[in-house]
Every structure is written in C-alpha cells, then in structure tokens.
Design a protein around this ligand. Structure first.
Ligand code: HEM
Length: 361
C-alpha cells in the first residue's frame, strides 16, 4: 500500500511533526476509545456459516460426492474438499489484508497492523519445545480460556478484524490466516519481507495452552530468558524480536501500560533500539504499573522488560548493533519472526519453498 511512506507520514503528522521538542497531543492522550467491533464468532459460528453454505450448495455438492461443499471465491465456485490453495490464492488473502490495512485508518494510530503483529506473536509464543505444545498451530486463542488470558487482552480487535477475510477465503485455517496477517502487517508497515508457508491446522479447545506462557512486562532479563529459551530462541533472537515494539502502543484498558515506543508507531524500523540507546529513560510518575518514559518529551514509553535489554551485557550487545544498523535489524528480525510464526507446525512445504508475498504498491 506504499504504506511505509503513507503510514509514516500519517503517524508523523499525528505525532506533531517535530521531534522531540514538540509534545504529541495524540500520545499524551489516553488511548482512543475503539469502534465497537461487531461481535463475530469464531469456530462454532464459522462452522454454522459453512453449514448454511452446505445447504445452499447442496444440489451442486450432491453431484460431487458426500461431504464436499462449494463456495464462491471471486466468482468461481470452489469445491473446498478438493481445493488445494496455491501461492496465488494465499497472495489474494495477503492482498485483502493489505487493502484493508490501507483503507481502515480509523483505529489507534492509524493502522490495525500493530495489533495483527501482536496476534501472530501471541498465537505463536505459547510454544514449549519440551512438550511440543502451543505455538502457532491450532489458533486456540479463538477459545476461552486462552482468549481470556490477561496477556491476550485486546487481541479480539485483531481476531474480529480478520473474520471477514476468513469469510471470503474459508479454505484458509485461522492459524494460517493469523500468521499470514502478522507477516503482511510487517511488510505493509515498511518492514522486511517475511517469507511464509502454509500448513497450520485449527485445533479445538482442548489444545488451549495454560495461562502464564507469555512474558510478563513487569519482570527482568531472567524471566525474558526463561520464556524465550522455552520456545528455543537465543539471546540475539530475543533482542531482534523485541524490535517489533517499534510498532503500536500499550493501552491502559488492555495491559495497563500506556503509550507508544516511538514517534511513528505505524512504521516498522529500528527506532525502538535507537531510542532505547539514545534517550534517557526515567520512571513514569503516574497511578499505573511501573514503566519508563523518555526524559525529552515524556510522550514515549518503555516497559521494564524493554529496559532490561540495556541492563544485560549479552542483550545490550545486540541492542547496540540494531540501533546502529537498520539493515542488520531487518535481516535478523525477518529470520527470527519467520521462526516464531512457525513454532510447533508440522509443515509439508519445505523451508526453501516459503512464499514471499508481493507487498502492495
Ligand atoms: C519480553 C517480551 C514481551 C513483552 C513483555 C511484551 C509486552 C507487551 C505489552 C505489555 C504490550 C502492550 C499491550 C497493550 O496494552 O495493548 C505489547 C504490545 C505489543 N507487542 Fe509486545 N511484548 C513482548 C514481546 C513482543 C514480541 C516478540 C513481539 C513481536 C514480534 C511484540 C509485538 C508487540 C506489538 C506489535 C505491540 C503493539 C500492539 C498494539 O499496538 O496493539 N511484543 N507488548
């Protein structure tokens, strides 16, 4: 969507143009109230929609064998049972995510992209390499209790936003859709290419992971390592992943924390690291959970876990590398985000056959 430039300028305008001397009125305000998203259901209701399709197309399906049903996809009728999506079909899903990201700018700082990135991460970050449980396979956040885990507060905005796309392309699993959208959001917000491959299935409620697998932002580097080593990441990969905090903001009504990490929170870049290194971060004085604010403008924020990256020698080494070199950050972020989005998935598509989606113009 030529989105890098568009969203950067939009966010830049919203952030009062001049940095860091001018205080951003947008950032100083509490998070906007969001449009009430219409209640859309997940598995069970999607199932109902499919079964009404089944009736609708029953006549046709009869001729095609038991259990098969048809639906319309871009005007073509497709037998979902035998339909094997190609790269071009996944590109159509990508294009729809990109189109809506470009059009629906009336949310937060002007984009649903950041919350899509977070959905993909929270769907994947439950992985436990010892037991092989959790990970992006399953999309179990469709169900309580996982959808109600404190760490997942606010991700309903992303899940609901993706429902119409799932309705348009019902052959894609939620697990594939959520991760594809997370990859698309990074690309459309000006980040690196995120190669992606299909193969995730949707599991039922029994596969929900226990609460407590995702990191707690109030903690320190020991906790960060515990959580990310459990998924199989090393120190360099952990730091690269945290660079996603260039995007979006914390919301008092979700995590309790408040504010964006950088001045253009809809642009994917290495600003998180540059600001972490170059700004002075002080304790925010407020009636909320402990977080940090930049001394210059007091409009930005860092979580205790973000600051922990500067307190630890091994982590800091990589913070400095990424602060200095956006290209290095892009390359290493892409590699590790691909790894994150693939945790726990028994792919049949080989790594070398991953798709690189064409970003919008
Ligand atoms: C130590 C690890 C991490 C902690 C403690 C953490 C914590 C948080 C918290 C508290 C928020 C604010 C949520 C809200 O109030 O809406 C947030 C937002 C966000 N996180 Fe993380 N996070 C971590 C790692 C990651 C990783 C690995 C990614 C992606 C690769 C990521 C991507 C994001 C994004 C894009 C947002 C903004 C969401 C929005 O604007 O709605 N985070 N994170």
């Amino acid at each position: 969507m030529a989105s890098a430039a568009r969203s950067a300028s939009r966010a830049f305008l919203r952030s009062s143009s001049v940095r860091p001397a001018v205080r951003s009125s947008r950032f100083a305000l509490p998070a906007q109230a969001f449009r009430a998203s219409s209640r859309r259901g997940y598995a069970s209701e999607a199932g109902e929609a499919k079964s009404s399709n089944t009736f609708l197309w029953a006549g046709l399906a009869l001729g095609a064998g038991a259990g098969a049903y048809f639906y319309l996809n871009g005007g073509e009728s497709i037998n979902s049972k035998n339909f094997v999506p190609s790269k071009a079909d996944y590109q159509k899903v990508y294009d729809e995510v990109a189109r809506r990201l470009g059009e629906e700018t009336d949310y937060d700082d002007g984009s649903y992209g950041p919350v899509l990135v977070r959905l993909a991460w929270h769907a994947s970050g439950t992985y436990d390499k010892e037991t092989g449980t959790g990970g992006s396979n399953g999309a179990t956040m469709r169900f309580a209790p996982e959808s109600d885990h404190g760490a997942n507060a606010g991700l309903k905005h992303a899940r609901d936003w993706l429902e119409p796309i799932h309705a348009m392309y019902p052959w894609i699993t939620y697990a594939d859709l959520w991760t594809l959208a997370g990859a698309a959001a990074v690309q459309e917000l000006g980040g690196p290419a995120i190669p992606w491959r299909p193969g995730r299935e949707d599991k039922d409620v029994a596969a929900c992971t226990p609460d407590g697998r995702l990191p707690d932002a109030a903690k320190d580097q020991r906790h960060i390592r515990d959580v990310f080593y459990r998924m199989g990441f090393n120190d360099q990969e952990i730091v690269a992943l945290l660079g996603a905090h260039a995007l979006g903001r914390a919301h008092p009504d979700r995590s309790g924390f408040d504010g964006p990490w950088q001045f253009s929170p809809t642009s994917f870049n290495n600003e998180f690291f540059r600001l972490l290194v170059e700004e002075k971060w002080q304790n925010k004085k407020w009636n909320g959970p402990g977080q940090f604010t930049d001394k210059s403008t007091q409009t930005l924020m860092m979580l205790p876990t973000d600051i922990a990256l500067t307190k630890d020698k091994e982590f800091k080494k990589h913070v400095d590398r990424y602060a200095k070199d956006n290209d290095v950050f892009f390359k290493e972020f892409s590699d590790v985000y691909v790894k994150l989005l693939e945790l726990g998935v028994p792919f049949t598509v080989k790594p070398e056959d991953r798709y690189v989606f064409k970003a919008s113009e």
